[in-house]
Design a protein around this ligand. Structure first.
Ligand code: FES
Length: 272
């Protein structure tokens, strides 16, 4: 990695093409959309998506891109609704993403075509989290046994590149601990007695990253100070990366992370 890889939009765009468009990405804890009509929207690795539980209890992850003129349909980060109505010209979709209606002046000629529905993505569930995949070719994530009861999620916005946060989460872990798991590219899981802490990394832009700390088996609030310490550490580490100080890959997890990044960058360089 070079300082530019941590500080420029070009690197992020390459990662969007070769990493975030290929691998399973976490979007939220399933319990965050526990009731019918609840939704969470997010931009993960540059991809806008909305996760929602429909009126029958089924979960969908939809591309947050209106089929009229490709604008975001959902503006709020979370909420509860019965339909999604695009605020730009009023195309309306049900909670499975199916086109429902539009004002006559902008209505599509054929409302039965699949192209008027929001794009529905493949989903997977593991460790209490919901994942989506844009390519549909990778095996789904498997983080082991079902965690205990959901205790909440802490949200922490960090002024750093997403790779800094992943490196920080991996650097503190002893190699091959049975109490720690990591799911390339954006998730770690740590067991501490009866509590399971899942750290979800959400890359918004090349310099803005959100950390979602999902806690199972205890209250999330007890982990708030730990999330704040991670924020402080990563914002210092971001300055180090820009100054040219890289993380030594002196444990197997970091070495694996760097190997996968190297492969993704090589693929991006080979693709016109
Ligand atoms: S962009 Fe959504 S209705 Fe026009």
């Amino acid at each position: 990695m070079t300082p530019e890889d941590y500080a420029q939009g070009d690197a992020f765009q390459a990662e969007k093409r070769t990493i975030f468009s290929t691998w399973w990405l976490p979007v939220c804890a399933e319990s965050q959309i526990g009731r019918c009509g609840e939704f969470m929207s997010a931009t993960v690795g540059g991809w806008g998506v909305v996760a929602v539980r429909d009126g029958q209890g089924a979960i969908h992850v939809l591309r947050n891109a209106c089929r009229h003129q490709n604008m975001p349909v959902v503006g709020a980060p979370s909420g509860h609704c019965e339909t999604f109505r695009c605020r730009f010209h009023g195309w309306t979709y049900d909670l499975a993403g199916k086109f429902v209606s539009a004002p006559p002046a902008v209505a599509p000629a054929d409302t039965q075509r699949a192209e008027v529905n929001l794009i529905s993505l493949p989903i997977a569930r593991s460790a209490g989290l919901l994942f989506f995949n844009l390519a549909g070719t990778m095996p789904p994530p498997d983080l082991g046994a079902t965690p205990p009861d959901y205790g909440g999620t802490n949200v922490t916005d960090i002024a750093c590149n997403w790779k800094v946060l992943v490196e920080h989460l991996l650097s503190a872990q002893p190699d091959r601990s049975p109490d720690f798991a990591w799911q390339w590219p954006l998730l770690t899981l740590r067991r501490a007695g009866a509590v399971v802490v899942v750290e979800q990394v959400m890359p918004h832009t090349f310099l803005r990253t959100r950390l979602l700390t999902h806690v199972f088996g205890g209250p999330a609030e007890e982990h708030r100070s730990s999330s704040n310490l991670i924020k402080q550490a990563c914002e210092h580490l971001q300055a180090d990366r820009i100054a040219g100080t890289m993380m030594p890959d002196d444990n197997a997890l970091l070495a694996d992370f760097n190997r996968r990044l190297g492969a993704a960058y090589a693929e991006a360089a080979a693709t016109p």
